[in-house]
Write a protein that binds this ligand. Structure first.
Ligand SMILES: [Cu+2]
Length: 123
């Protein structure tokens, strides 16, 4: 352990270790959306009148959490009415777990030009 700690605390190497940690932190969300193994939780942001990402593919049983980052209220309203949020103010969240396979389109009821889709597929 002494050997490892001397390696990681060397000033130059500390920078390298921090860089690796940062890369891992930023890479994680991308991995979530394309994971080959079942995922349990995915986040979608609502910002600048758009869902980010607007299209997402997840495994059955995945919980998606939408968070409104805009100053304007938005909703997450399933086209088939199988899920629907209330009006979400800034910072409000809405969660829904997708249990069965299918393609679940949704819109913002306040701004119907805002659209998104969740593809639920066994992976
Ligand atoms: Cu909206």
């Amino acid at each position: 352990m002494k050997y490892i700690s001397a390696w990681t605390t060397h000033p130059l190497r500390t920078g390298a270790v921090l860089t690796l940690l940062l890369v891992a932190a930023f890479a994680t969300p991308a991995i979530y959306s394309v994971a080959a193994s079942p995922t349990s939780a995915v986040d979608v942001d609502i910002a600048k009148f758009a869902y980010g990402p607007p299209e997402i593919t997840v495994a059955p049983g995945t919980r998606i959490t939408w968070t409104n980052r805009d100053e304007t209220p938005h909703t997450v309203t399933g086209n088939d009415k199988s899920f629907a949020s209330k009006g979400l103010d800034t910072g409000d969240k809405f969660e829904h777990t997708f249990e069965r396979e299918g393609d679940f389109g949704y819109i913002c009821a306040v701004h119907p030009f805002m659209t998104g889709v969740v593809h639920v597929r066994k992976q």
